[in-house]
Design a protein around this ligand. Structure first.
Ligand code: UGA
Length: 436
């Protein structure tokens, strides 16, 4: 199939590359020239395991990037993968979705006017509130078509579908090629067949459902996963107070197949570009529909409070933080990424700065990103954990980087050995956990 992917971010780039790997002819559209150039030279603009290999083998063959929408004319599918960032009130900003849809429509209109007739399916992959595909994408595509095609040509054949992604950063290629399920929301007919054909190379269960149900499945999946984490954190906070190891508890709990052992790791809370944004969007959606989402608000409440527990524990151990040297290990929102979006280390650094601590920090990948939030007048960024820990009065571990497991003698350089971990990752004995 010929596929145009609109948006060359994590989702669009990984989806486009993997669809090319499974044999389709793919064009990825992005507005940033450097990104387009990088993709076209086989270099991924983001780090994602396995992505470079795919770009190297497909670019120049059946994968390219472009700044314009020309490829839509000849495409069977236009996949919308643009961002839906949060507005200040938590609701999703659908501006990019709308303009991408209108541009796709314009290209379809122009193609039909030129006599290039074919059935095309517009598929929304971005995470969007239920109703977006029908109420925003459909009219925007038709508006674009209408601005370029005559009334006769408006009988053109366009299908619409919603196909959410469930990719994890760092494991996105693996997740795309080996998903738990593929959700295809459509009104049936040719649009459903087109999306089914797009995934022909990927063997897993398909769920066919309505478009709004598909949109809601994505929000609900992320909200449920976030709930599992906040639930584990609340249980962890109770366990710590009672002197019980929450990891022993959750191991026993997760052995019940109705619960499953995954996503029950208590710690400093969830971050990233998805869970906080999507749960907030769902809260805002509920409230605007007259529902008070008590549980979802608590999920966010527990998550906001969790990093500050690190500071509370720290103060219990060393008293007043002002003037003390605190080492922070881990800045990324999780391991194997340089992404700091909504990382739990951000509120921790902000609080330490507010309280007048001297901060040294180390992260294997996310230092450059964190420097843009807290410059070097506020945080001293170190090249390794040993340097960050040297002469520190205490240390806070904020990210589950596997390399932290091996840390041992590095802690000997601390002035006082106060080690508090927000992720269960260290193997040294004399540490204290946020919930254990
Ligand atoms: C998440 C979902 O896992 C994907 O399925 C989804 O497609 C994606 O959001 C999205 O909506 O695009 P991601 O944000 O990459 O993926 O990160 P996760 O690996 O899910 O981790 C999220 C956060 O939860 C991290 O801060 C991690 O440290 C934390 N976490 C995870 C816990 O605190 N405990 C756990 O047990 C698991």
């Amino acid at each position: 199939m010929k596929i145009t992917v609109v948006g060359g971010g994590y989702v669009g780039l990984v989806s486009g590359a993997c669809l090319a790997k499974t044999g389709h002819d793919v064009t990825i559209i992005d507005t940033i020239p450097q990104k387009v150039d990088m993709i076209n030279s086989g270099r991924p603009p983001i780090y994602e395991k396995g992505l470079e290999e795919i770009l190297k083998s497909c670019v120049g063959r059946n994968l390219c990037a472009s700044l314009n929408y020309d490829s839509v004319a000849e495409s069977d599918i236009a996949l919308i993968c643009v961002g839906t960032p949060p507005r200040p009130d938590g609701s999703a900003n659908l501006e990019y979705i709308e303009s991408a849809a209108e541009s796709i429509g314009r290209e379809i209109g122009k193609a039909e006017s030129r006599g290039v007739h074919r059935f095309r399916t517009v598929v929304v992959k971005s995470t969007v509130p239920p109703g977006t595909t029908e109420k925003i994408v459909f009219p925007a595509v038709m508006k674009g078509v209408g601005s370029c095609a005559t009334a006769d040509e408006l009988s053109i054949d366009i299908g619409f579908a919603m196909n959410p992604e469930f990719l994890r950063e760092g494991l996105a290629v693996e997740d795309f090629l080996n998903p738990d399920r593929i959700v295809i929301g459509s009104g049936g007919g040719k649009a459903k067949d087109a999306v089914t054909a797009m995934y022909e190379g990927i063997g897993t269960e398909r769920l066919y459902c309505g478009i709004t149900a598909a949109e809601m499945i994505k929000y609900t999946s992320n909200a449920f996963l976030a709930t599992k984490i906040s639930f584990s954190n609340e249980i962890g906070n109770i366990c710590k107070q009672l002197g019980i190891d929450v990891y022993e508890v959750m191991k026993g709990v997760g052995m019940d197949h109705r619960i499953s052992p995954f996503f029950l790791n208590a710690g400093a809370g969830f971050g990233g570009s998805c869970f906080p944004k999507d749960v907030s969007a769902l809260v805002s959606l509920a409230e605007s529909s007259g529902i008070d989402p008590v549980l979802l608000k608590s999920v966010l409440g527990v998550n906001d409070a969790q990093p500050l527990r690190m500071i509370e524990l720290l103060e219990k151990r060393i008293g007043d933080i002002s003037g003390k040297h605190i080492a922070v290990l881990g800045l990324a929102f999780k391991n194997d990424t340089d992404d700091i979006r909504d990382s739990r280390s951000i509120p921790v650094l902000a609080e330490l700065i507010k309280k007048g601590a001297k901060i040294t920090a180390y992260d294997p990948m996310a230092t450059a990103a964190m420097k843009t939030l807290f410059d070097e007048s506020k945080v001293i960024y170190c090249a390794n954990a040993k340097d960050a820990l040297k002469d520190a009065d205490a240390c806070l571990v904020m990210t589950e980087w596997p390399e932290f497991t091996k840390l041992d003698a590095e802690f000997d350089g601390m002035r006082s050995r106060v080690i508090i971990e927000g992720r269960r990752i260290l193997s040294v004995k004399d540490k204290e956990g946020i919930c254990w």
